[in-house]
Design a protein around this ligand. Structure first.
Ligand code: NI
Length: 176
């Protein structure tokens, strides 16, 4: 089932989400299926449970290489519960981000270029990966949603924040 995606300003996007405390349940598998359906319908690269109003520490992300994301390396399709991120580089890199909860806009956001992330899949199996570049950026963006942080809150230079159509005229850029 496709869920409506909450937009910035909705108070539920600002909550600190609760840990997932039961793995491999029918409810959890149904939620994950709904999240993928919702993310694919919106052409997103990632989605966090709070974006559909679910107060749990659960994110999904990933996509195969395709024409719309020709500049981005593919990111493995992943369901990540109760994630923990460790930054492996002090220095941050600026990159453009969008968000399904902030439709039609882009902003330049500093993120760690290299991270280690850990968590669990829906069956309770541990996930432990090193990620760089766009993969690392997506994970940091999605996990921020679990702490009530939307990417505009991380924009440092608001001359690099605005409407996608004005920032990148003539380019067909999706919201993420
Ligand atoms: Ni987002």
């Amino acid at each position: 089932m496709i869920h409506p995606i909450l937009r910035m300003g909705e108070p539920r996007l600002l909550r600190i989400a609760q840990p997932v405390d039961a793995f491999d349940t029918p409810e959890l598998h149904a939620l994950v299926a709904d999240m993928f359906e919702t993310m694919h319908d919106a052409n997103g690269a990632g989605l966090a449970a709070p974006q559909i109003g679910v107060d749990r520490r659960l994110v999904i992300f990933g996509f195969a290489a395709d024409a719309q994301r020709s500049d981005d390396d593919p990111v493995p399709e992943t369901v990540l519960l109760n994630p923990v991120i460790e930054k492996l580089e002090v220095e941050e890199q600026d990159g453009w981000e969008g968000c399904l909860s902030v439709p039609g806009m882009r902003g330049l956001v500093p993120r760690a270029e290299r991270i280690r992330y850990r968590g669990f899949d829906p069956f309770g199996k541990p996930i432990d990966r090193i990620a760089t570049g766009f993969h690392a950026r997506v994970v940091q963006h999605e996990c921020d949603h679990l702490d009530g942080i939307l990417y505009p809150m991380r924009v440092r230079d608001f001359t690099h924040f605005g409407f996608t159509e004005e920032l990148f005229p003539g380019q067909d850029i999706v919201d993420d």
